[in-house]
Design a protein around this ligand. Structure first.
Ligand SMILES: [Ca+2]
Ligand SMILES: [Ca+2]
Ligand SMILES: [Ca+2]
Ligand SMILES: [Ca+2]
Length: 762
């Protein structure tokens, strides 16, 4: 089943390319620890994350409580009474002025804005760590003016202005100014679409807490049904009426919004900076609903909006939601797989994944994500300082959960039931994909490593496809599509040019390029009939060729999928002997990334599709740099030899990037290599060695964790346990792949493959 050209070229010449540091970089050869083996304790009784099932979409967006503090840059958006609780905290840049929220770009969702010293600023991002303020208008007021915003021209573009002692000064469509008289000094301006015609109307709240709303188009008394406590004041000549009524207390903060998504705005108040009281209609002002949404000190009460129904992503826009449903309809579920405990090392791998899930899920539900468990969609991006940690950590656990649910007979392991594991895994899948940029403007995505994270959580969703709700399917499919399209658009990058000059000194691009391989592979696997399918196939082929291209590929006249790579490659990413230079050293932790090619191949196989031969280019050679290539000492660090030592230990010829005791990191690549590399690499034996060593490390503790505290064993601070869990789970999944559809190699000519990056090469 291995592609033939790999067999032809698998004997890599060993080239000593640099002399490493003389420091002994090889960790102790003793297995894990000699401490007596503990038993993993079962998980404590854990909360079950909320489940969602129905798909509900509203006709109109619904108004929800919001608050902002420009001094800290925080905008907080809550939920309406008709939605399940979810709180999204976004951060704009810290700044000054008066905060506002409006739908600045007409996509239906209100986002932060502010007026500051003559300039109006806005951002269209619904969520995100650092949305940029953009100046949208120059329109200065005077001291004491109250900034107002609303669409007065029915073009879905908000118009900005001021309320000045009963005079409304507007700037329509960013240029034309207009003045309206309504209200009196001391009144508070209030804006809303009282009659539901798409134009925001004027209102004022007097100091005594009574309201006066100006409703256009009301000429006769019977044109409107008002609450018995309200009075109607007709102005037939000017074709409007005033509705005057009491609502709330003089000490309340008046607000207006469409609290029930019926298309009409109605009054609301915020009482004691905590309780939001919403009226249902002008006909029944006393029929109110309440929600508690405290306004923290330093915050201003605002009105935000949410696009979708109670079961849906709270930060989706109506547009992204609709689009996602269409994409999801194209997805074909994967073939069913069954793990194999008969292969050597697999019993240890299975136990490690089960106990690793016990550790990570317990840690998540009782500590890391404990404050989020009550929300059906949790606020992923607010969990950690970096997007990498926020998204990748959780995505890794989700993939392990999905793999266990679909390839094993998980009933109850370590006190975690199948239902709990399913609820947890789906909670992660829908929350992470909800906050992807494809669904939530300003969310994570199309950045460094985001293709890998999207594939990790996307594969989890794909494996659980029949179990996902309609909206969960939509978000997963849209996220995967978006990342695959982005990969195709950016093209692969290189470490060295054709003359051997480094674009990025000391740093191969093989990691980034091989991560990128996975996104078009998953998109193609999931949606082979999508209109971009051929674009994704070409991106898969181009990135696979580029990922580990070696200097000899520039001259060997090899044709892969009809592409003469010698003529077309603009550079290389791997050294001739299959090693990878990263962080200025020959770096086994990055040679391990060759698994991304085999991961991509396996996804296509599980999708019952053939695999382009380009996906295997140099894969066997790179794996040999771990399993076969000898590093003599000197020049390399003592003791020299092969990177993979007996018993699972790893030898680092020139130094260490991420710690010296991370056998779990290599279980994934070994398990794929056991299927796809030549038998003389002894991949199956190495898998067993690394699996047993990993299990030994895990059995030092009773919680299911693998690594000792500190950085000596593994220094990856953004989720080392979850990363080990992902690698061991992938090892298990790779072992299960042969239980699915057979392997078909595609050697056909694929035209239009791009090997060049968009923009600068490096
Ligand atoms: Ca908007
Ligand atoms: Ca407008
Ligand atoms: Ca109106
Ligand atoms: Ca309404």
């Amino acid at each position: 089943m291995m592609p033939s050209f790999n067999r032809r070229t698998r004997r890599a010449p060993i080239t000593v390319v640099a002399i490493g540091s003389a420091v002994a970089l090889f960790a102790s050869l003793a297995p894990a620890d000699a401490a007596p083996t503990l038993r993993i304790q079962p998980a404590p009784t854990l909360p079950t994350p909320q489940t969602v099932s129905k798909y509900v979409i509203r006709k109109n967006v619904v108004s929800v409580p919001a608050a902002a503090n420009l001094g800290t840059g925080a905008f907080v958006v809550g939920s309406s009474p008709g939605m399940r609780a979810a709180l999204i905290r976004e951060s704009a840049a810290t700044s000054s002025g008066t905060p506002l929220m409006a739908d600045w770009n007409g996509d239906g969702i209100a986002t932060p804005g502010r007026y500051d010293a003559g300039v109006w600023y806005a951002t269209d991002t619904v969520i995100g760590k650092t949305p940029q303020w953009k100046a949208i208008s120059m329109f200065p007021g005077q001291p004491g003016d109250i900034p107002v915003v609303g669409d007065r021209t029915k073009d879905k573009q908000p118009d900005v202005g001021f309320f000045r002692n009963g005079t409304w000064l507007w700037q329509f469509n960013g240029d034309k100014t207009e003045t309206e008289q309504f209200g009196a000094p001391g009144d508070k301006p209030i804006i809303g679409d009282w009659n539901g015609d798409g134009i925001d109307d004027l209102g004022v709240v007097h100091v005594d807490g009574t309201w006066s709303l100006k409703i256009p188009g009301i000429i006769k008394k019977k044109d409107i049904k008002l609450d018995p406590g309200a009075t109607l004041e007709l102005h037939p000549a000017e074709k409007y009426a005033l509705a005057n009524f009491a609502f709330g207390l003089p000490t309340d903060i008046p607000i207006a919004g469409d609290w029930n998504a019926d298309g009409k705005d109605t009054p609301g108040v915020v009482r004691n900076n905590a309780t939001w009281i919403f009226s249902k209609s002008l006909f029944k002002l006393t029929k109110t609903t309440n929600i508690v949404f405290p306004i923290e000190s330093g915050f201003t009460a605002l009105v935000g909006s949410r696009a979708t129904g109670i079961e849906s992503c709270p930060t989706a826009t109506p547009l992204s939601e609709k689009r996602a449903m269409l994409i999801a309809a194209k997805v074909i579920p994967p073939a069913k797989l069954k793990g194999d405990t008969k292969k050597q090392g697999m019993p240890e791998i299975l136990a490690t994944v089960q106990d690793g899930l016990r550790y990570s899920i317990t840690n998540d539900l009782t500590k890391r994500l404990a404050t989020q468990v009550a929300y059906p969609y949790y606020d992923v991006l607010s969990i950690h300082k970096t997007i990498e940690e926020s998204v990748r950590r959780s995505a890794n656990v989700a993939l392990a959960g999905a793999i266990m649910l679909t390839t094993t007979n998980w009933k109850k392991e370590q006190n975690i039931t199948r239902a709990q594991l399913m609820a947890y895994t789906k909670w992660q899948i829908r929350s992470i994909s909800c906050q992807h940029d494809a669904i939530t403007p300003g969310g994570w995505g199309t950045t460094w490593q985001s293709a890998l994270w999207a594939t990790t959580v996307g594969q989890a969703g794909w494996m659980l496809w029949p179990q996902l709700s309609k909206q969960e399917k939509g978000y997963v499919a849209a996220m995967v599509e978006h990342e695959a399209d982005a990969v195709a658009a950016r093209g692969p990058h290189y470490y060295k040019d054709r003359d051997g000059k480094e674009y990025s000194p000391g740093n191969s691009k093989s990691d980034e390029v091989s991560w990128d391989v996975t996104a078009p592979a998953l998109a193609l696997a999931m949606m082979p009939k999508a209109k971009q399918a051929e674009t994704w196939r070409k991106a898969l082929v181009g990135f696979s060729i580029a990922a580990f291209a070696r200097p000899s590929d520039l001259t060997n006249n090899m044709t892969v999928n009809g592409i003469n790579i010698s003529k077309q490659l603009p550079g290389t990413n791997a050294n001739e002997d299959g090693t990878i230079t990263n962080h200025n050293i020959i770096n086994p932790d990055y040679q391990q990334n060759v698994q991304n090619l085999w991961w991509a191949a396996s996804m296509l196989r599980v999708a019952r599709q053939s695999v382009p031969e380009a996906v295997f280019l140099n894969a066997d050679i790179i794996y040999r740099s771990l399993a076969v290539v000898n590093f003599p000492t000197p020049p390399y660090a003592a003791p020299g030899g092969i990177v993979y030592k007996p018993g699972g230990q790893i030898y680092y010829p020139q130094g260490v990037s991420w710690g010296t005791r991370r056998p779990a990191t290599f279980t994934g690549v070994d398990s794929f290599a056991a299927i796809y590399s030549a038998p003389d690499t002894n991949a199956a034996q190495y898998l067993a060695d690394h699996a047993r060593d990993t299990r030994g490390m895990q059995l030092r503790y009773d919680s299911g964790k693998i690594y000792a505290t500190g950085n000596a064993e593994d220094s990856y601070a953004l989720g080392k346990e979850e990363y080990a869990l992902q690698q061991t789970a992938l090892a298990w999944w790779a072992g299960a792949v042969p239980s699915g559809p057979g392997f078909k190699l595609d050697k056909s000519k694929i035209t239009g493959v791009n090997l060049n990056p968009t923009g600068a090469v490096s």
